[in-house]
Every structure is written in C-alpha cells, then in structure tokens.
Write a protein that binds this ligand. Structure first.
Ligand SMILES: [Zn+2]
Length: 457
C-alpha cells in the first residue's frame, strides 16, 4: 500500500494545467503518474486519446454478477496565477499544520487519490472482493470537459455495464459535516447584441430621432424580473418541481444564518423569490442573470455620442426537470416580443448544460426502479460518513453546475454518489489552494467502507 500523502505530493509536483499548452509536460507527467499508480495496484490501464487531453480508463474486471462501480476524477488543474499571491510555490507541495498546499491539492488530486488509496487498502485486505471497479479520469474538467461527451459516446457500450458512479468533486461546509450532493443546476447562456444606427452618431445632430440601443437593451433587461425577484419569462417555471419537505429539512440542518450570509455578501437586503429562503433559492430555483453589459463610450471624461451597439451577456441556471432547449426557446421568444421594434438585434447562442438530480433511497419520492446497487451505495455512504466523520451526511442540491454528471446520466444512464470533500477554506481555483489531511484520512476510511458496502455479499 502506497503512502497517500507522499503520493499526493508527487501528483501535485506535475503542473497539469489543461487550459495552457505550455503545460504539456505537466499534463503528461500527471497522467503517467496516476496511470502508473493504478497499474501498481493491479488495474488494467488504458490511455484513451481524445482531440485534446486523453482520458485514463483503469479496470478491475470480474464476473458480470459482481456489482460495477465507476470512480470519476480529473487529473488537470486550474492555472496557478497570480503566482505572487502564493505563500509557497504552487507546484511544490508544502504541508503546514493539517493541510497540504499546492495547485490541485483539493481540486481534484487529493479527493481522487483518496478513492485510489481506499481501493488499494480494500483490495489488500480483501483480494477476492466481489466488485468490479473502473477508474475514469479525465484531463479537461477545468476547461469545461470539451472532449468528454464524445468519449462517453464512444465508450458507452462498455461503460453502460456499470451500475453507478462514485466521485468527490463537490464541497462540504465543515470538517465534521459531509454533504452527499444530490443535485446540480443546469445552464443556458447567450449574448444579446442590439444595434441602432449603422454607426455611432453625434448626439446633438441626431439626438431625439432614434431609440438609443442602450435604452432598448435596458428596457428589455428590466422586464426580465418582477418585483419579487422571479424571472419574468412566461413558462420559465412550468417544469420546476415542488421542493420535497425532506429537502427543506436537510437544508435547515445546514445551520446557516441569513444575517451572516447577508453581511458576507455586503448587501442591504435580499431579493429572493417569495416562499423561499436565500439558501433555498440558490439550490431549488432557476435564475436568469446578467453577467456583463456594455455599449457606448467607456473612457475618461465625456463623449456625446449615440452608440450604434449595446450588448448583454445572459446566463440561466436551471433546476431538475427543466430542459435547456426549452428554456432557451422561452427566453428567446420573450426577447423577440419585448425588444423595441425600432432597433435591430441578434442573439448569439453560448453553451448549455442539463441539470441533474438523484434521489437517495428511503425518501418519500424515491423513484421506482432505482438501481439496487445505487441504493446500497447511498446506505453504505450514510453509515460510513456517520461513523468516520461523526455526523450523518446532509443530502443537498448544490447551486453550481458540473455538466459531466448530467452527461454521464444522459449518455450512460448512470447516477452518481457525490461525497463532498472540499471545505470552504480549501481556496479552490485561488492562490494557496490546500486540502485537509484529516479529511483525506477519514475520506479514505469512508470510501473503503462505501466500496465494501457496494460489493456483492
Ligand atoms: Zn474539480
């Protein structure tokens, strides 16, 4: 059995920044490192090429009667800039107190190695364990996984044989309160560009004869929410499901304070849909947000101009049961209806992602026909987390989006058990990223129990 902390140090030393071609050697190094480690514990490793960064597939095969779990992770990391804000070099791991510092320590090298170490320990103890395990480790997560859906389609026949997916690429609020993430929001993004006159105009010579595109855009944007904070797009909420009482109860156990949250945000008051707390709103409701707006003169001093163009960038977060294509159509139709007719405009599609939700077993609305292996995994995770971390896990939907989880569901039909091992102090994507070694130690123990629980009797 390898030493997990030493392995994590070695993994961090490979600067695997997927977005920057200057880091090719680091990508290679990280890939070879994790492939070698999986080979050393008896897995059959394949490096699957993609248009960009390869996917690592490593298998422990067995009879078809054995349950089959896929463990997902990613070997790439975010860029480390700004480097001068790091207390120790980003790719030189440094243990200080209970934490290991370095880019990728938490996202996702530490949590991924947690599962690798758990598998190694479990198979050492039970070499005949009746469980098929496939590691599926990609190298493009931090750049939006562009090759991953294609990879899933190419390997669908093989991967569909699995029963479920286990991963740790989500967060928990505290060291003793682990979250099993049960939902992720989807996304629809677009840009709207409004054009008035064919060029910028002198506001003295031409002011008063045409609608300014900034005004047209502002009128449109102002119409897209009502006084209560609801998105004012007809049909927008049609497919949103009622929140189950158990979900509200789980979230209440999270124990956050609204006043503290408001102070953290630095706002005088919340602007939240009636009937939902701010914490419920970020997890259970869809949104429409303006991510950027522009047009006209932005420089020093003044310039009396009627700009030719104005633009806004819009993103919607979707919740379970909403379809990105349908929401896109509703938003576009509303824009078409409300845009003043004395300007021209175009809408530019940006990417989208499907929302995801999984219902843990023994809940009021557990779907019939849920995989018995998945149900076993949830029960094992519940018991393991309670025993190892000292508190039962919380089952929560998250406000963010991890599109690959929905892709795995859509292409392979598989649900995911997401054990959150990041803490708020881990500084993901920021300088001084770190991973808590106590969480890693307990995570290994919990993962080992979960995998043993999934295995056949
Ligand atoms: Zn990640």
């Amino acid at each position: 059995m390898f030493d997990p902390v030493e392995a994590l140090k070695a993994f961090i030393r490979h600067p695997s920044v997927s977005a920057d071609p200057a880091f090719q050697a680091g990508m290679h190094g990280a890939r070879d490192f994790i492939a070698g480690l999986l080979g050393s514990i008896g897995f059959a490793v394949e490096i699957v090429p993609t248009p960009l960064h390869p996917v690592i597939l490593a298998e422990r095969k067995g009879p078809a009667s054995w349950p089959h779990v896929i463990i997902y992770g990613h070997y790439d990391v975010q860029p480390a800039d700004p480097l001068n804000l790091w207390s120790s070099p980003a790719f030189e791991p440094s243990v200080r107190g209970e934490r290991i510092y370095g880019r990728g320590a938490a996202d996702n090298k530490g949590p991924l190695l947690t599962h690798v170490a758990a598998v190694a320990r479990l198979l050492e103890r039970r070499p005949d364990l009746p469980l098929r395990i496939t590691f599926m480790i990609e190298g493009e997560e931090e750049m939006g996984s562009p090759s991953f859906p294609g990879f899933l389609k190419d390997y669908a026949e093989r991967l569909r044989q699995a029963d479920m997916v286990l991963l740790s690429d989500t967060g928990s609020p505290r060291e003793d309160q682990i979250v099993l993430t049960c939902g992720l929001r989807g996304l629809v993004l677009c840009d709207v560009e409004v054009t008035g006159a064919r060029t910028d105009l002198h506001s003295g010579l031409h002011g008063g004869v045409l609608r300014n595109p900034i005004q047209a855009l502002a009128e449109l944007c102002a119409s897209l929410h009502d006084a209560d904070g609801r998105v004012n797009v007809p049909g927008f909420y049609d497919d949103v499901l009622d929140v189950e009482p158990w979900e509200r109860e789980q979230l209440a156990r999270f124990g956050q304070s609204e006043a503290q949250y408001r102070e953290f945000l630095g706002i005088p008051a919340f602007y939240t849909t009636k009937g939902y707390t701010p914490f419920e709103a970020t997890r259970f409701l869809p949104t429409l947000e303006f991510n950027g707006i522009g047009g006209g003169y932005q420089g020093q001093g003044t310039k009396t101009v009627i700009p030719s163009k104005a633009f806004v960038k819009i993103s919607c977060r979707l919740v379970a049961n909403q379809q990105p294509e349908k929401i896109r159509e509703l938003v576009y139709r509303t824009i078409a209806e409300r845009m003043p007719k004395d300007v021209t405009y175009r809408v530019i599609d940006q990417h989208s992602g499907t929302p995801y939700v999984v219902v843990p077993p023994d809940r009021s609305n557990t779907p019939a026909g849920q995989s018995p292996v998945l149900a076993r995994a949830f029960r094992a995770a519940d018991a393991a987390i309670a025993e190892v971390f000292g508190k039962s896990p919380l089952y929560l939907r998250e406000g963010g989006s991890v599109p690959i989880i929905a892709d795995i569901k859509r292409v392979l039909g598989l649900d995911s058990v997401m054990m959150g091992l990041f803490l708020p102090e881990d500084n993901l994507h920021a300088p001084d990223e770190s991973f808590h070694l106590g969480v890693m130690r307990k995570g290994i123990e919990a993962s080992e129990r979960i995998l043993e629980g999934i295995a056949a009797e």
